[in-house]
Design a protein around this ligand. Structure first.
Ligand code: G4P
Length: 541
């Protein structure tokens, strides 16, 4: 028993489970590829690149999804780096940006925020940052594209602090910039690392130690930049913003690394440090209040993503489970906390690029795919021993809305079933008018592409033809409050605002403009307007 606990402790201790968050084009795919290269999982890099090449397509997205099987929706890339077992969660971005992107962060213990050195903090970065900070997960910043004539590093840090409100602590500092970007100065070891581009495309950059007195370095960046570097480092040291592990783990500061993913400059020093400071799995909050210790707690995990009908012939569903505590092993039995039923977890898989592997065992921090006969939902907990339910897998307020019109009225039953099943996957949400006078429901999604996906899947998987009418709403908030009654419901549905019910009968107010949302929030100060709710638990009294 002790031996197995020791083993679980060792395995959990070397897990690092994280996601990269960024605005499209900041270089997430490139960085992922390079991280895999340094992690020795080079054969996977091609699959990542393939995804990048195909990402701009929208209309043929569904066909692609099908052709490539589950790889597009691959939830996690796994590899080992310096003895650490890394789970890199793939957060879909670009056109397929969806609620899934937000929810995936519930399965991460840490996030790497990627910033384009030319563009700085961008809108999608802000949204994803907010989800991370709501969950108090530590954030490491990587400023990418330092090989381009970007913004001044101090100015960038200032922008991050101002816009995101998180103090930055540079872990390293760029030497030169743009074409003369030479390397980084590591503030902890006080080492000056110079990079040299790899000869072969896709090869690792070579890294050598240098010094401030190196005449060649001075020549390479110019004496003005050299002096500036010396001054900036003195300034940083003088400003006294030292890295503090405890503050970082609380999400109170973000360490910042500089580099160029494309040239592999700065990826290695970043990874070397990242695996040391990034946290292993820690106890997660449960509805019951007590966090389950990741080592001693016995097996438990929660579903953060569901992918259905990957194979249209078999109507299969895969539930992605983040192991939150203990050891999972193939064929084990666990309690499904929501229903209290025992389930045998007999066909667990892990996905690596195009391939699926049967998993024999997994530990807290790992992600596994479970074949689901239709009982699992997003947010569900599976566990051994005393049932617990994990918090944190939220539904997020959509930003796009359409009304579904059924082309063939005789297909209403199929439409209902299709919408039920597709909304369980969590890409879209279904809303109803309060009195249900309007038979056609409203769909809401975080990314517009989700509507195309739903329309396509309703047609191909459920045989239902639909027409979608765009609605003008862009903002939505769930309305909570003990005193919320029918009267308030009417009052909230005025002007450009409208109030609907979600699938669990929770009221949601829709607004066309941010201004009208703000005005309503101010006017109804006794009510709470929330942007994210826990699924499966209606907050209404
Ligand atoms: P994303 O997944 O965050 O959307 O970004 P992605 O990696 O696809 O990178 C977006 C573009 O930025 C790509 O150029 C990529 O090559 C480039 N890029 C990534 N990292 C760096 C970097 O460190 N320096 C510079 N200068 N560029 C970088 P593209 O032209 O869209 O694609 P490609 O033709 O290069 O593949």
């Amino acid at each position: 028993m002790t031996e197995s606990l020791d083993r679980i402790r060792a395995e959990v201790g070397r897990r690092r489970t994280f996601a990269i968050i960024s605005h499209p084009d900041a270089g997430k795919t490139t960085l992922t590829e390079k991280v895999l290269l340094y992690g020795g999982a080079i054969h996977l890099a091609g699959a990542v690149k393939q995804r990048r090449n195909e990402r701009h397509t929208t209309s043929d997205w569904m066909a692609l999804e099908r052709e490539r099987g589950i790889s597009v929706s691959t939830s996690v890339l796994q590899f080992t780096y310096q003895g650490h077992h890394i789970n890199l969660l793939d957060t879909p971005g670009h056109n397929d940006f969806s609620e899934d992107t937000y929810r995936t962060l519930a399965a991460a213990d840490c996030a790497v925020m990627l910033i384009d050195s030319v563009k700085g903090v961008e809108p999608q970065t802000i949204k994803l940052f907010e989800v991370c900070s709501m969950r108090h997960i530590p954030i490491v910043t990587f400023v990418n594209k330092m090989d381009r004539a970007g913004r001044d590093p101090l100015e960038l840090l200032d922008e991050i602090e101002r816009v995101l409100g998180i103090p930055c602590v540079p872990a390293n500092w760029p030497i030169g910039a743009g074409q003369s970007f030479q390397g980084v100065y590591d503030r902890k070891s006080r080492a000056l690392l110079r990079f040299e581009k790899a000869e072969d495309v896709g090869g690792k950059a070579s890294m050598s130690l240098s010094s401030f007195d190196d005449a060649e370095l001075r020549d390479a960046i110019g004496s003005v930049a050299h002096q500036q570097l010396v001054d900036e480092l003195a300034l940083l040291d003088g400003a006294g913003n030292e890295f503090d592990q405890e503050q970082f783990l609380r999400g109170a500061i973000t360490p910042v690394f500089f580099g160029s993913a494309m040239n592999n400059f700065g990826v290695e020093p970043f990874l070397d440090r990242f695996v040391v400071i990034a946290p292993p799995p820690v106890a997660r909050a449960t509805i019951q209040g007590e966090g389950v210790p990741p080592v001693q707690g016995g097996f438990s995990g929660f579903v953060f993503k569901i992918q259905a009908n990957m194979d249209p012939q078999h109507r299969d569903r895969v539930a992605f489970l983040r192991v939150a505590s203990g050891r999972f092993h193939k064929g084990m039995s666990a309690v499904h906390a929501r229903t209290g039923k025992a389930l045998t977890l007999s066909r667990p898989v892990q996905f690596l690029a195009q391939e699926r592997f049967v998993v024999e065992e997994a530990f807290a921090g790992d992600i596994i795919g479970l074949w689901d006969p239709g009982v699992l939902r997003i947010g569900d907990t599976l566990c051994q021993g005393e049932p617990v339910e994990y918090e944190g897998v939220m539904r997020f307020s959509p930003e796009h809305f359409v009304r579904i019109r059924l082309t063939d009225p005789l297909k209403r039953k199929q439409l209902k079933k299709g919408l039920e099943e597709l909304s369980e996957e969590g890409g879209v949400q279904v809303f109803y008018d309060r009195m249900r006078l309007e038979r056609d429901p409203i769909l809401g999604a975080v990314g517009y592409l989700q509507f195309e996906v739903v329309q396509y899947r309703l047609r191909t998987e459920y045989g239902v033809q639909t027409r979608f009418e765009s609605l003008p709403y862009q903002y939505a908030r769930w309305v909570e409050g003990d005193g919320f009654d029918a009267d308030d419901f009417e009052k909230l549905s005025y002007g450009d605002a409208m109030c609907v019910l979600d699938g669990e009968d929770r009221p949601l107010a829709l607004f066309e403009t941010e201004w009208s949302m703000r005005r309503t929030v101010e006017k109804f100060s006794s009510l709470r307007f929330v942007a994210a709710v826990q699924p499966g638990r209606s907050s209404r009294a």
